[in-house]
Write a protein that binds this ligand. Sequence first.
Ligand SMILES: C[S@@+](CC[C@H](N)C(=O)[O-])C[C@H]1O[C@@H](n2cnc3c(N)ncnc32)[C@H](O)[C@@H]1O
Length: 283
Amino acid sequence: MRILKDQNIIKALCCPICKAPMTVKVSTGASLVCGGKKTHCYDFASSGYVNLSSPVQSGGGDSKQAVKARTEFLELGYYQPVAEKLAELCERHSKEKGLLVDAGCGEGYYSCFLAEKGFSVFGADLSKFAIDAAAKRFSRKELYNGLFAASSVFELPLSDGSVDCVTNVFAPCAEDEFSRVLKKDGILAVAYAGERHLFGLKDAIYKTAHVNTERADLPERLIKIDECRVTYSIELCSNEHIMSLFAMTPYYWRTSVSDGEKLKTLNTLVTEVDIIISVYQKQ
Ligand SMILES: C[S@@+](CC[C@H](N)C(=O)[O-])C[C@H]1O[C@@H](n2cnc3c(N)ncnc32)[C@H](O)[C@@H]1O
């Protein structure tokens, strides 16, 4: 069992029930224990994640199958330029490499990349399958500067003004909650699909493919300080890769069986990656 020692993370944690600060307790296993009157206790799972979702927000998030498909696809490296640009923006705009929250971290692809750059990373996701996979990815990479918790991005188990940087990649954007946990001058980097993102994939599925519309939950009160667009083309050279990409997108759930079948006969697919990363600051 890996014991959490990163003080940037430990100092920021607060109990999802009573909001009291937390400490790490090691006896037969390891747990997080709060300093409130009722001493709420949260055990680490064997993979190293901890469930810090409030009773109201518990459950939900991505399925086991979606997490597996995302892991398989991201492992192939097609989105590495996105991870590199995200890390570059976080490094450029964060005052220090302190605590970074990856809100809606999924199976931890970007979280690991950012931890490797030296941030202390707290990954939060509603899906226990995703969080479990993220904790295992961290262990495999022998990283120690991170903690993954089952938690909603709308109710983070972190104290006010404790975070230097929040990243939010293809996940719900909770502006008020991110603003609450950020320090003054702390930054939020939101990555989301541009108009042409995965157009080639949609074109292979649908009779008429439409460009993406701008997402509706972008921050309105935090101040935008930077924005960049990561665009390039990828060529998937096996049906397995195509099916993994399809299964990790929302189209998988929205597409009729007959349209989905069209992909099963494809062995190559060229598609655009078009991702916008907007950076906001709390002032
Ligand atoms: C499209 S995936 C992106 C995952 C990861 N950021 C990535 O790009 O690889 C969206 C993630 O948001 C999570 N999610 C959805 N609603 C959430 C919520 N309210 N709080 C926390 N996570 C949430 C899902 O479980 C899923 O892992």
